[in-house]
Design a protein around this ligand. Structure first.
Ligand SMILES: NC(=O)c1ccc[n+]([C@@H]2O[C@H](COP(=O)([O-])OP(=O)(O)OC[C@H]3O[C@@H](n4cnc5c(N)ncnc54)[C@H](O)[C@@H]3O)[C@@H](O)[C@H]2O)c1
Length: 325
């Protein structure tokens, strides 16, 4: 059984490869990654000597390369992590987001269709639902909520989700989609909030917080997300969407203050900077469907997961020192 993992040199993809290799040592894993600025070849090092692992440095938009890989490997499934994933970059230049996130997904879907109906899972984000007001903590997005993406990044992810579901409807392709909240954990690119703050703290710089820091995100440990993806890939119902959330909402300022506490630095190091354009206020998903239908729930408490994550970054300073944001 060969699983194709796209974007496996990225943050979540690399954690998924690790999880999957430990859980299914007999299965073949093939990773396609373009190794953009966000891809970290060091995250693939543990797999390179594994005869059941193959790495192909390629762009998912490269139809010839993707078809040749399918021809050679005849995978049973594809899990698509490959994406441009940083909202701020999508605001500066949306083009590559549409290219990779939408057209790249189309190339993969076409290959799945043309090679006998290969199982396809699209790894998506809660950001496709847009944002929620800060004064309505009772509201959460369900899988039936309308799509109202607020950034070029989330619009490109929403387009890819819809395309994947349309391939299910039109070609009966066995497709599932998951929409997860903010992940944290080891190997995240230093441009993202938690590693960025840790990096600034260790370099003696100010910790920049957008606006007033009131924006709320739901945090989930990347290992919990990987378990959810495995459950959906193995037992999910074709054509279904599954929300994945940590049930752990916190505003950005509280999160950064918590990091100051773990790192032992004063909160006076926090600096408020001009807000992100169109900054989504609050994300929150109801992950009840995944819990009731597939028996999944998040297991890693945020306090412990965050502390472990900070310790990991402290032990691996070279990771973020070599790949500056
Ligand atoms: N990080 C989060 O909190 C989060 C939450 C929900 C969903 N997601 C989704 O999960 C997926 C993985 O996110 P991440 O945080 O690991 O992203 P990441 O930016 O860390 O990694 C993306 C990976 O994709 C590769 N890639 C980019 N363009 C490519 C292309 N054209 N062809 C082949 N490879 C390409 C990069 O080299 C990199 O290794 C994305 O689809 C993202 O939208 C992320």
């Amino acid at each position: 059984m060969t699983l194709v993992v796209t974007g496996g040199a990225g943050f979540i993809g690399s954690r998924f490869l690790k999880y999957y290799r430990e859980k299914y040592p007999e299965r073949r894993l093939v990773c396609i990654d373009k190794l953009t600025y966000a891809g970290n070849p060091r995250a693939l090092e543990p797999f390179l000597a594994d005869p059941g692992f193959r790495f192909l440095q390629a762009d998912i938009c490269d139809r010839e390369a993707v078809e040749a890989l399918f021809e050679a490997e005849r995978p049973w499934a594809v899990i698509n992590f490959a994406a441009e994933s940083h909202v701020d970059r999508s605001i500066s230049d949306p083009s590559v987001f549409l290219q990779t996130n939408v057209l790249g997904t189309q190339v993969l879907l076409d290959a799945c269709r043309d090679f006998g109906g290969v199982r396809f899972h699209q790894v998506s984000t809660d950001e496709v639902y847009g944002d929620l007001p800060l004064d309505r903590p009772d509201l959460k997005f369900t899988e039936a909520s309308p799509l109202r993406p607020g950034s070029p990044y989330s619009a490109s992810k929403a387009a890819a989700d819809l395309l994947a579901l349309a391939y299910r409807h039109t070609y009966a392709l066995p497709v599932t989609v998951s929409r997860c909240s903010n992940n944290y954990g080891p190997f995240q690119h230093p441009e993202k909030l938690i590693p960025h703050m840790i990096g600034c703290a260790l370099k003696g710089e100010e910790l920049p917080v957008y606006g007033t820091g009131a924006n709320v995100r739901d945090w989930i440990h990347v290992s919990d997300h990987c378990r959810a993806l495995d459950a959906i890939l193995e037992r999910g119902t074709e054509g279904e969407i599954y929300n994945v959330g940590g049930n752990c909402e916190t505003d950005n300022l509280t999160l950064v203050k918590t990091l100051c506490g773990i790192l032992g630095i004063p909160e006076t190091r926090i600096a408020f900077v001009a807000d992100r354009k169109g900054h989504d206020r609050r994300y929150a998903v109801d992950a009840g469907k995944l819990q009731t239908t597939l028996g999944w729930q998040a297991e890693i408490p945020f306090e412990r997961g965050l502390k472990d994550t900070v310790e990991w970054y402290l032990r691996h300073r070279e990771m973020w020192e070599q790949t500056e944001a």
